[in-house]
Ligand binder design. Structure first.
Ligand code: SAH
Length: 388
């Protein structure tokens, strides 16, 4: 199923046409020529072969483009049609877990990210490729990934999801009482993470992040990812769940560069992900929101998401630490609700700054992103972030 999807040219085109994605990879490679010139490169999951071609453009001595799907044939064709580069690229059809390469790599390049960074579980293949092919002290492009999280408030989204189950509240649908299945339907809709681009002003606290260092992480570490949550609400509102996005760093020796999928940044085909809780929480400004995001890998190349958010008592009596409200949800990352088809009311005004809460976090690490918005302003208007 998985490799059948990537064997189709239209899905590769969808990724290629995400100009934020492809343009950032291009910039990261070309600006860091020194990391490629004269080096042996392995492209992990080469797809159309685009990243192999970039690496060859940057002067790679040789690129091994490993691709498991039928796309390997098309990659061969595409690469052969670029004769100035094709001499230095070998396409190898097979899984990175299984193929043998004649030499060790100085640098790995790959685009293994799915929704919430980890969907599709291709990071595991990236890590296996590292252990099999990368020379000691070799580089990885991307080098690290971060999952960012913040509680959000979105009354419209909450009502939209809750209303989907209303159908099952009918007591006489062709004289049939549908209500016995109302609860099941309600929970079912809340088990779908929502994928769309949202207004960062919906965030109610500064985000936190969880780092995955691709150069160090073990394959097993990716089976279960446990993130303790702790936020301080910036406003008094109803919290409807947890908003998540990711970024990855190309830690090039000339210009380190981030690829971000943050809300308010130019939209990518990954959009953002929101886990909506069926029970909203009430918070006051300054109140602490704690909880846990627990991701458990499953056999369908995705994760079960266990989310808990809690708010503690505020003011007199707080020192007793009594928990006032807890809300939990279990969601399947494999079955997202793609909401992008519905037009978003949000448009960024010319003079509008990115969200205050985001700025405070990103400022120290992402200064090199400034020109990215100018360079790559076309949002990807495609459906489906990777393998759905
Ligand atoms: N590198 C391309 C394609 C990225 S999509 C680009 O950036 O445009 C990820 C690709 O990796 C898909 O084509 C998929 O078939 C391939 N892939 C996923 N897991 C793999 C594995 N274990 N071995 C080889 N290829 C794999």
């Amino acid at each position: 199923m998985y490799f059948h999807y990537y064997g189709q040219l239209l899905h590769q085109q969808n990724m290629l046409q995400d100009y934020v994605r492809t343009g950032t990879y291009y910039a990261a490679v070309i600006e860091n020529r020194a990391d490629f010139t004269g080096r042996v490169v392995v492209d992990v999951g080469a797809g159309s072969g685009i990243l192999s071609l970039f690496a060859a453009q940057a002067g790679a001595k040789h690129v091994y483009a490993v691709e498991a799907s039928e796309m390997a044939e098309y990659a061969r064709k595409l690469i052969a049609g670029n004769p100035s580069l094709s001499q230095r690229i070998t396409v190898i059809k097979g899984k990175v877990e299984e193929v043998e390469l004649p030499e060790k790599a100085d640098i790995l390049i790959s685009e293994p990210m799915g929704t919430l960074l980890v969907n599709e579980r291709m990071l595991e293949s990236y890590v296996i490729a590292r252990d099999r092919f990368l020379a000691p002290d070799g580089k990885m492009f991307p080098t690290v990934g971060r999952i960012h999280m913040a509680p959000f408030s979105d009354e419209y989204l909450f009502v939209e999801i809750a209303n989907k189950a209303l159908f099952w509240q009918q007591q006489s649908y062709y004289d049939v009482n549908l209500t016995p299945l109302y609860g099941t339907a309600f929970q079912g809709y809340f088990s779908q993470p929502v994928v769309d681009a949202f207004d960062p002003r919906l965030l109610v606290a500064p985000p936190i992040f969880h780092v995955i260092d691709f150069t160090k992480v073990k394959e097993e570490d990716l089976y279960e990812i446990d993130v303790p949550l702790r936020f301080t609400a910036a406003v008094g509102t109803r919290v409807h769940g947890l908003a998540c996005w990711f970024d990855v760093l190309f830690d090039g020796s000339t210009v380190p560069r981030w690829l971000t999928t943050a809300p308010g940044s130019p939209t990518t085909h990954w959009y953002q992900l929101r886990c909506v809780l069926s029970q909203p929480l009430y918070v006051m400004a300054g109140q602490e929101i704690t909880g846990r995001l627990h991701l458990v890998a499953h056999k369908s190349q995705s994760y079960t998401i266990y989310l808990t958010l809690q708010t503690k008592m505020w003011g007199p009596g707080a020192e007793q630490g009594g928990i006032l409200q807890t809300s939990s949800g279990k969601l399947d990352l494999k079955e997202p609700y793609y909401r992008m088809s519905q037009p978003q009311s949000y448009t960024v005004a010319q003079d509008q700054q990115p969200h205050q809460l985001l700025q405070s976090q990103e400022l120290n690490v992402q200064t090199q992103d400034i020109e990215e918005a100018d360079l790559l302003e076309q949002p990807a208007q495609n459906s489906g972030a990777h393998f759905g």
